[in-house]
Design a protein. Structure first.
Ligand code: HEC
Length: 495
């Protein structure tokens, strides 16, 4: 009986495994899950795009997929799904196992690698680095931020964006953030070279992080379908480039291309705001050595909101994140759970469907920091007290929430970034019809309301100044209202 079972099992095994070949089964799994990073000149340490490459890593591929180290994705997807989540199915894991068990057969190529069609978009503007950056040429990764001011008197809606690396030999990835014009000056001054060195984030938090990010495999149209980005007036683009190691000195001058949507109709714009931030904590942010720390905060939503993505930022002491909303009816909605935070895999988590939260919902965020020897990522040995800051020997407790604002009737508020460097002194807005309008600032901290204007306005562009504006500090949403209908909302933090 035992022998018979063994024979049956072997036969079964053979039956499955003879069907599995590289070209038929393995290549599609890798294309779906791995090659976006594991291809030439991308962030994965080796390409996995040919039979020979994949065959030589076969057992390692089995190991990293079985242990779910690859594809990397640290957020829990049990309760909430993200557009950009990555995971490999159990079935695919089994296919990889039987491919290896059967001696990694090649099979016949079924594919014709068709070139990707070029995009037919015409770009309205090109913004390039103003100087060439010189890379060290010492086999070292370099991370440099290039602030690129843009001259715009009015905000622009972007329908397409493209990053063009100046030097493909060294440019590995680029992260485009936005900030108020001039706000990167302090960071820029301390690095004598063009741009400034910064690892992880752009070094200060007033920016719109990951407005757009580019990896070598990003081809053709950059934005999905109806997706639009908003470029406020008076902003600067922060082009954060990762240069890979290279043995000779190389130079780079990269560019981005923007296509404007000049006639946006009832479109949504997105605003990414750090509503969770050390600046809004009741206590100062100090992580004493040899202890674990739990840092929590919350804020309320005074108006209905749609959250499109969430971006947590912390460094090496952080171990976990949990962010959820409690609705007025007391039901709770998960926004983010990361049980094993890994600084290297931090990213923006874009919800599969924007999360709709009614006015009166409250958002809670908690992160746990391990400043003991047991934390293998602790950069200090022995552990020392850590405070907030942009460097690897600092920590952070920041989480950005990306809000969607639907502009009704093509009436909208201009939404420049407002930071500690630049106080809010006026609001500029555009209206499509004459009528009675109200502009209100709702505080997310104490749910108080400040009426900024309530009067008849003619069709066109207006700017209102009010002493009430310069007194605003904290987290706000400013609404443009006519006949009780909210025409546009502006989410902002004023430090
Ligand atoms: C988001 C980008 C990304 C994706 C997707 C990805 N990888 Fe990776 N992979 C990396 C990076 C970066 C490293 C290096 C990690 C490090 O050094 O900590 C890596 C490391 C590896 C290693 C270890 C290499 C070594 O020499 O240590 C293997 C094997 C691997 N990946 C296989 C895969 C497989 C198989 C998939 C798909 C199932 C995959 N990866 C998906 C980025 C990615």
């Amino acid at each position: 009986m035992r022998n018979l079972l063994l024979i049956i099992l072997t036969v079964n095994c053979l039956k499955i495994s003879t069907q599995v070949t590289y070209f038929q089964d393995i290549a599609p799994i890798l294309t779906e899950n791995c090659t976006s990073c594991h291809q030439d000149s991308d962030i994965g340490p080796m390409p996995l795009t040919s039979y020979d490459q994949v065959a030589s890593y076969a057992s390692m591929i089995k190991f990293v997929t079985d242990t779910e180290l690859m594809p990397p994705f640290i957020a829990d997807v049990q309760k909430v799904h993200y557009i950009n989540e990555r995971s490999i199915s159990d079935e695919d894991k089994k296919t990889i196992a039987s491919w290896i068990a059967n001696g990694i057969p090649r099979g016949d190529s079924l594919f014709n690698d068709k070139p990707v069609a070029g995009s037919a978009v015409e770009y309205d503007t090109t913004i390039c680095m103003s100087e060439r950056f010189e890379h060290y040429g010492i086999y070292y990764d370099q991370y440099q931020v290039f602030p690129l001011p843009i001259e715009l008197s009015k905000g622009k809606v972007i329908k397409d964006i493209r990053f063009k690396p100046g030097n493909r030999e060294i440019v590995r990835s680029a992260n485009i953030s936005l900030a108020t014009k001039g706000s990167s000056l302090k960071m820029d001054q301390w690095d004598p070279r063009y741009g400034y060195y910064a690892y992880g984030s752009t070094g200060f938090t007033s920016s719109y992080p990951e407005w757009y990010s580019w990896k070598p495999h990003t081809k053709g149209l950059a934005l999905i379908d109806q997706e639009r980005l908003y470029l406020p007036p008076d902003s600067e683009i922060l082009m954060h480039i990762h240069y890979g190691p290279y043995g000779e000195i190389q130079t780079d001058s990269s560019c981005i291309y923007l296509a404007y949507d000049d006639e946006p109709t009832n479109i949504s714009t997105l605003q990414n705001v750090p509503f969770v931030h050390t600046a809004f904590l009741k206590d100062t942010f100090v992580l004493e050595a040899n202890k674990k720390h739990r840092i929590s905060t919350s804020f309320s939503l005074p108006v209905d909101a749609e959250i499109r993505s969430i971006t947590p930022l912390a460094h090496l002491l952080c171990r976990s994140w949990e962010v959820f909303a409690v609705l007025p009816d007391k039901t709770s909605v998960h926004l983010l759970v990361i049980d094993d935070w890994d600084f290297h895999w931090r990213e923006k988590y874009i919800f599969q469907n924007p999360i709709k939260l009614p006015a009166g919902s409250k958002i809670y965020a908690t992160a746990i920091y391990d400043n003991t020897k047991e934390n293998p990522y602790n950069p200090a040995d022995p552990p020392t007290t850590m405070r907030k800051g942009p460097h690897m020997f600092d920590e952070n407790f920041i989480c950005y929430f990306e809000f969607e604002s639907k502009q009704i009737e093509n009436s909208f508020i201009d939404k420049p970034f407002v930071t500690s460097e630049k106080e809010l002194s006026s609001i500029k807005f555009h209206i499509n019809k004459e009528g009675d309008y109200i502009i209100v600032a709702h505080s997310l901290d104490d749910l108080g309301k400040t009426k900024i204007a309530s009067q008849n306005f003619t069709q066109g562009t207006h700017r209102i100044r009010s002493s009430k504006l310069s007194k605003l500090k904290g987290r706000y949403v400013i609404s443009l209202i006519r006949n009780s209908e909210v025409l546009d909302t502006w989410w902002l933090t004023i430090f």
